[in-house]
Design a protein around this ligand. Sequence first.
Ligand SMILES: CC(C)(COP(=O)(O)OP(=O)(O)OC[C@H]1O[C@@H](n2cnc3c(N)ncnc32)[C@H](O)[C@@H]1OP(=O)(O)O)[C@@H](O)C(=O)NCCC(=O)NCCS
Length: 386
Amino acid sequence: MRRVAIIGAGMTPFGEHWEQGFRDLVVEAGIKAISDAGISGDRIDAGFIGTMASGRLIGQEHIGGLIADYMGLTPIPITRVEGACASGGLALRQGFMAVASGLHDIVVVGGVEKMTDLGVNTVSDILGGAGDQEWELFLGATFPAIYALMAKRHMLDYGTTEEMMASVAVKNHRHGAKNKYAQFQSEITIETVMKSKKVADPLKVFDCSPITDGAAGVVLAPLELAHSFTKKPVEIIACAQASDAIALHSRESLTSLKATQVAGKKAFDMAKLTPKDIDFAEIHDCFTIAEIMAIEDLGFFPKGMGGPASLEGKTALGAELPVNTSGGLKACGHPVGATGVKQAVECVWQLRKEAEGRQVKDAHIGLSQNVGGSGATAVVHIYKGT
Ligand SMILES: CC(C)(COP(=O)(O)OP(=O)(O)OC[C@H]1O[C@@H](n2cnc3c(N)ncnc32)[C@H](O)[C@@H]1OP(=O)(O)O)[C@@H](O)C(=O)NCCC(=O)NCCS
C-alpha cells in the first residue's frame, strides 16, 4: 500500500446560501482545493463526491456526472458516494484507497449538501431516512428524537446532565466564533442552551446541529509525490470504517456507537498510536450528546466521563484535547454530505498551522470521526503533519 497525503484543501463558508446552487458550492470548494494544491485540472486522475440526499433535497441525481461537467473535468471519472451524514468521510476513504492502491495518483475528494431550500419539517423527514425508515421514522422518530433517547439513557446510566451537554454547545460556539467559515460565529452561554426551545427532551435547539448549505474539498496524492506540489503535505496515516445495526433497538448499547468504537480501534492500530497521541480531534457532534459519546467511544475519556470532561473544559482550545476547533457540526454547521470532508480540511489547516485564531499549539497529529445516521456507519481518519 502506498502512503497517501492531502496536498490541497478548501471549503465554502457554511450557512444559508440563497445566492448559490448545489453545483456552485461544489465548484467553489473544488477550485479552492485544486488551487491550494497548485495543480491544473489535467493532472487529476479521478474524483469522489459525498452527498447524502441531493435527489430529495434539490431533485438532482447523477452527481458524479454533474460535477465532472461543471468542474470542467470530463472525461475524468467522478463517483458519488453515499453513507448518510458520513458520505463525506466515506468519499475521503474511497479517495484514500484509490491512491493507496496505486490505481490513481491525483484524486479530488469533495462533499456537498444544499439543505436550506426546503422547510425544516421536510428536511427532518429526509434526514430521518438515514435511520430505519420502517421502524423509526415511520413511527415519528426523527434524528433529534433518536439522539434524545441516547441522551436519556446516558443520563440514567452515567449521571450526565443537561448542563454537561450544554457545555459542548458553548465550547463549539466559542470555537466557531473564531472560524470565518462557520455558520454561527457568536458565543453562547449555558443559559442560552438551557433556555432554548425543546426539540426532543432533553435536547433543545442549541443541542442540535443546524440545517446548512456548504461544500468542502481536498486533493490527494501519493506521499512520495506530495512534496513536489506543496511544502506542507498532510499524511493520512489511518483510515477505517465500521458499521452497526441501523435501528437503535437492535444495538448492543444505547450509550455507545459500536461503529465508532470499532473504526476508532482499527484506525489507532493502523496508525500504531493510542488516544493519548492525538493532539486535537474533529468529532461528529450532530447533537451535543453525540460528542460526549464519541470522546468516550474513541478512548479519549473513560465511559461515563465524557460529560464531566466537557463541563470541566478538557476539550476546549488550550486544554489537553481540543475537540472541534472548527466549531464542529454544532456551530460550523452540518451540510450532511460535506461534513466529513470539512473535518479533513480543518485537520489540514491545523496541521499546516493555518488555523488562525483557533490554532492548536504544537498540533502534530489530528483525528476526525464522521458518523452516518444514528451510528450505522462510522469512519475515522488520523492525519499527521509533515
Ligand atoms: C433544531 C432545529 C429543529 C431548529 O429548526 P427550527 O426550529 O425550524 O429553526 P429555524 O430554522 O426556524 O430557525 C430559528 C432561529 O434559530 C436558529 N437556529 C436554527 N437551528 C439552530 C441550531 N441548531 N442551533 C442554533 N441556532 C439555530 C436560526 O438561525 C434562526 O435564527 P434567527 O431567527 O436569528 O434567524 C433544526 O435545526 C434541526 O432539525 N436540526 C437537526 C438537523 C439534523 O437532524 N441533522 C442530522 C443530524 S444526524
